[in-house]
Ligand binder design. Sequence first.
Ligand SMILES: Nc1ncnc2c1ncn2[C@@H]1O[C@H](COP(=O)(O)OP(=O)(O)OP(=O)(O)O)[C@@H](O)[C@H]1O
Ligand SMILES: [Mg+2]
Length: 244
Amino acid sequence: MAQSAVRFDQVRKNYGRQAVLQAIDFDIPAGKTFGLVGINGAGKTTLIKCLLDFCHLDGGRIEIFGTGHTDNQARARLAFLPERFMPPYFLTGRDFLGYMLALDERAAGEDQVRAMFASLDLDADALDKPVRSYSKGMTQKLGLAACLLAEPDLLILDEPMSGLDPLARARVKQLLRQMREQGRTLFFTSHALSDVEEICEHMVVLHQGRLRYSGSPQALLQEYSGDSMEQAFLNCIESGAHAQ
Ligand SMILES: Nc1ncnc2c1ncn2[C@@H]1O[C@H](COP(=O)(O)OP(=O)(O)OP(=O)(O)O)[C@@H](O)[C@H]1O
Ligand SMILES: [Mg+2]
């Protein structure tokens, strides 16, 4: 059996009286591409925050490559791009990448950085400009560049396509496919169900803090008899059914 990159075991999280996550139970096998989908407020970002130990759990357990998620070592092999990525405004793109890689005891050569910028359709001139002068999409690309240059075993991206134009989306999808071909594990949230269908071997649907579906995008279409991913997704969350 493949090693688990991430294992959620009966995870519960409350904010005050609100049960935001209830009995979340699924595994992400190493080397797989997992999409996490759900409507606004479903609990996707909260699940990622729990995974990264940014907030405490009210129940259950999470393991990252077999290590409990509260152990600092558990995060050594992952890179994360948050939903609202805001790099320090006074840094240049080059400095930001340098600092992020240094935290990981890594460095990237000029050629590697320029190649990554080109892959993301980001002008290399931006490297020496402060990030406060970047557009939203450029900032997002910088965050993606930092994550990808770190070459992590596990990549966690909260809405990576947010703010990207169609060309950039296509480029990012290509880079994510390359990550998969290199055997890395990818876990990302998206509201673009077509992207999930295109890239992911497996998807999970969260609704009202519960796991509603866990399986392949193709099986979601079949199980919820949708003509499109959107329709199947809507049928799924309206069905009230829970994951197998
Ligand atoms: N720090 C917090 N304090 C209180 N409630 C919170 C907090 N963070 C999230 N919530 C609540 O938890 C629920 C899930 O929020 P979360 O951000 O996880 O949703 P999401 O699925 O990521 O949504 P979106 O698609 O809009 O990003 C929401 O009802 C939200 O209001
Ligand atoms: Mg979110």
